[in-house]
Ligand binder design. Structure first.
Ligand code: AMP
Ligand code: MG
Length: 510
């Protein structure tokens, strides 16, 4: 008897005294994982079961603590199970898959799929939501084509920064829960450190997912995917006798709003291929994206976007083009005949133009502190943009400068036209202190003071990747999480890129 009891008793004693962990305990069970995978209930041709590659030396370099808590995780325990974020170990309840999808890339149709991403499952959160947890850069899948299935540290950290900034702005976005180094090199233009990003998204269903099913010509699968997506992202629209139309209108509305918000903060996505447009209405795929300094509708940063297809001001028509591709996939379901379906689809896609204008015109007015609208407001707003463009003015700082009760010191207001525009605007706002306070309160909440300026993003990435110094990155993230607060006037975060800097270029090679 004693022979059996003794070891148990001593183990308990150790545990109570904090000398050692109880044996056979998997800490990941205590981290708060609550995974399900509803996506595997869809037809099997929509995904492939895969396992992430094990990393040789997993090292967690970023853990997004606020996001971890929202998802129901204990950040401390997550830190102890870093190997999960490098793909070396599966969290409890994971059912890893790579998702199939197609897409129009720069206008040309291609069959794609998760070539370097693996969906572990859907985390069910304490407040009843469901988020995809996906590893990006954890090895090849059967959709990898010629790619290595891997990711480099710098671009993964960049995705973390931009995602947090978008979230801070209040714009729907996927976010990074963690970034872990794998300990293995990846071969790009030069040798880089390999890393895995853990991406959190409402889902990874894209326009391209529907294009994939449409290309297969599988009507039953199309119907199933339509109902699944509608239920998952637009449950309010689900009680309907035309689920395809409900989904199409829902997606169009969210995209119209999303693109207007991108313009509000000066965001250029850079690669708005249909596989990079999420049906949830979240911003997804932070590859060659960047923020404008100078206001310029033709601004392009991506080195491969030679024709400016995805330029700042071209994003609304491109979104509409993508939505037309989405509508086409739904043609078998939309109406009773092909003609009827085409008519329904065309009307819905056509409506995007008005919906976008509605959102953008409202946002632009709030950017100028206008809550109620009067005749002449549109012209007042448009003429401000014209003024910024003509003077190569800083987009972010020029709007934010309107908080000043005097004529702002920002260069654009020192010109003759700038001064007279400001006078008109002050008149429109109304002379009283209360009116001015009301207007500036509104514009303060719609014009970020801090954006991820390209040169600062580059500087914090350099410190992290080259020197393993994450302090500048963490400090930047904490400022980006409250972007509407005013940092001190001399803060480096407020400075546009140096005037003599070479034009900023971004690359897809990630
Ligand atoms: P993206 O430009 O990141 O949206 O990727 C477009 C397509 O290429 C997707 O199907 C990706 O999964 C795939 N892809 C991108 N990089 C790699 C890589 N290094 N290895 C394998 N597939 C990749
Ligand atoms: Mg993509």
């Amino acid at each position: 008897m004693r022979r059996y009891l003794k070891p148990v008793a001593s183990e308990l004693l150790f545990e109570v005294m904090g000398f050692m962990e109880p044996r056979n305990t998997d800490r990941s069970l205590e981290a708060g994982w609550n995974l399900d995978n509803s996506y595997v209930g869809l037809p099997e041709k929509l995904f492939e079961r895969v396992r992430p590659d094990a990393a040789s030396a997993p090292k967690l370099v970023v853990l997004n603590e606020p996001l971890a808590r929202t998802l129901g995780f204990s950040p401390d325990v997550l830190r102890e199970t870093a190997e999960i974020f490098a793909g070396s170990k599966l969290p409890p309840g994971a059912e890893p898959i790579a998702q199939a999808y197609a897409g129009h890339q720069f206008g040309y149709f291609t069959m794609l799929g998760d070539g370097r991403a693996i969906l572990l499952g859907e985390q069910r959160t304490p407040d009843g939501n469901r988020f995809d947890i996906q590893l990006k850069g954890s090895g090849r899948t059967s959709y990898s084509r010629r790619g290595d299935g891997r990711a480099a540290l710098g671009p993964m950290l960049r995705e973390y920064i931009i995602g947090e900034a978008m979230h801070g702005f209040g714009i729907p976005t996927t976010r990074a829960l963690a970034v872990a180094e794998t300990g293995e090199p990846v071969y790009r233009q030069c040798l880089e450190k390999g890393a895995v990003l853990t991406r959190v998204a409402s889902s990874h269903i894209r326009v391209g997912t529907f294009e994939f099913v449409a290309a297969l010509g599988d009507r039953a699968a199309l119907e199933q995917l339509t109902k699944y997506t509608l239920m998952r992202h637009y449950p309010d629209l689900a009680p309907t006798d035309n689920p395809a139309l409900a989904l199409l209108t829902g997606v169009i509305e969210r995209q119209a709003s999303l693109i207007a918000h991108w313009l509000r903060v000066g965001f250029v996505h850079g690669v708005m291929n249909t596989d990079n447009m999420a049906l949830s209405g979240e911003t997804i795929d932070y590859g060659p994206c960047a923020f404008i300094d100078l206001y310029a509708p033709h601004a392009v940063f991506s080195s491969i976007d030679v024709h400016g297809r995805y330029a700042y001001g071209n994003q609304p028509p491109i979104a509409q083009w993508n939505l037309a591709r989405f509508a086409e996939t739904l043609l078998p379901l939309l109406g009773g005949s092909e003609e009827e379906s085409i008519e329904i689809a065309s009307d819905a896609v056509q409506a995007f133009g008005d919906r976008f204008k509605f959102h953008w015109s409202r946002l632009l007015k709030t950017k100028l502190g206008l809550a109620q609208y009067e005749a002449g407001d549109d012209e007042l707003c448009e003429s401000f943009l014209t003024l910024l463009e003509a003077n190569k003015a800083d987009f972010t700082n020029s709007f934010r400068a309107l908080l000043s009760p005097e004529l702002p010191r920002e260069p654009v207001f020192q010109t003759e036209e700038g001064r007279s525009w400001h006078e008109r605007w002050r008149k429109r706002i109304g002379g009283s202190t209360e009116k001015f306070a009301e207007a500036t309160d509104l514009l303060r909440r719609h014009n970020p003071a801090v954006i991820p300026r390209n040169h600062i993003v580059e500087a914090v990435l350099l410190a992290a990747v080259q020197s393993g110094d994450y302090e500048p990155l963490e400090r930047f993230i904490s400022v980006l999480r409250a972007p509407y607060e005013s940092p001190p006037e001399d803060s480096p975060y407020l400075q546009p890129s140096p005037k003599d800097a070479a034009p900023y270029r971004t690359f897809c090679g990630t």
